[in-house]
Design a protein around this ligand. Structure first.
Ligand code: MG
Length: 255
């Protein structure tokens, strides 16, 4: 009996020694708090817009109500943009075609404000339809789907025919909606193979509707989307879908 107790005591003592040695081997000395505090590079200072939706100091303003000088017709990419400015608001002119920015963009943050026509005409995709095309290829839908039914992946805030919006935070015809969009352009290798698809995050009126979704390719009206290699930066496009949608405050921050 005595032997058993002695053996037990020795076993516990030796296990204790082993675990102590293990603990000594794996414990690192405590870090000072400064070890995880970094001072460079310093994030650039940006002055926020005076009002909520005005452009921050480092944005490129594409439309501020004064002129269409930053846009051209998308028909030929060079002739003057054929839409009208009325009281500082850009109005789609039916039948004149899409317009596109003179500058090209890849990864970028966008802000855009739009308002559906107060005179309600049509329904579904025929009511207050326009679109904001990232790189001229990937459409974030603009549509008066405030109280008008259509396919969910075609309503306002959808990535057209790819992703419906998570919610519908739209304001009604005549009121202003604002989109904040964060876009990562797709990457292609030198052989034109897709190495990284595009992703996009969209907020409507400050409410998240697309949470970093992965685009399946250019947004198509008919058929399955498929990537085709293109430039690292391309103009954005605004759609003429025959409805007099109005725009104001369009700015971009290339990333
Ligand atoms: Mg559209």
């Amino acid at each position: 009996m005595k032997q058993k107790i002695l053996f037990g005591t020795l076993l516990i003592a030796s296990l204790g020694t082993v675990s102590l040695a293990f603990a000594q081997q794996t414990t690192t000395p405590p870090l000072p708090p400064q070890a995880t505090e970094f001072y460079t590079p310093i994030p650039p200072k940006v002055t926020p817009g005076a009002m909520n939706h005005q452009a921050p100091s480092d944005a490129i303003v594409l439309f501020d109500g004064s002129s269409l000088s930053n846009f051209v017709s998308a028909k030929d990419g060079s002739s003057p943009a054929p839409w009208k400015i009325e009281q500082g608001e850009l109005v789609v002119q039916k039948g004149t075609g899409d317009i596109q920015s003179k500058l090209s963009f890849g990864d970028a943050q966008y802000h855009i404000e739009w308002s559906a026509p107060t005179e309600i005409v049509g329904e579904g995709q025929g009511r207050g339809n326009s679109g904001f095309f990232l790189m001229g290829l990937y459409e974030v839908q603009i549509l008066d789907s405030y109280e008008s039914k259509t396919y969910t992946n075609g309503q306002a805030g959808s990535i057209y025919k790819q992703y419906p919006p998570l919610v519908n935070p739209l304001r009604g015809p005549g009121d202003w909606n604002y989109y904040d969009i964060i876009f990562k352009a797709p990457r292609f290798d030198k052989n034109g193979m897709l190495t990284s698809p595009a992703t996009v995050t969209v907020m409507i009126n400050g409410v998240l509707v697309q949470n970093n979704v992965t685009l399946k390719g250019p947004t198509e009206y008919i058929g399955i989307p498929n990537y085709k290699a293109h430039a690292d930066a391309l103009p954005i496009k605004l759609q003429d879908h025959s409805n007099p949608v109005r725009f104001r405050n369009i700015w971009v921050r290339p990333l």
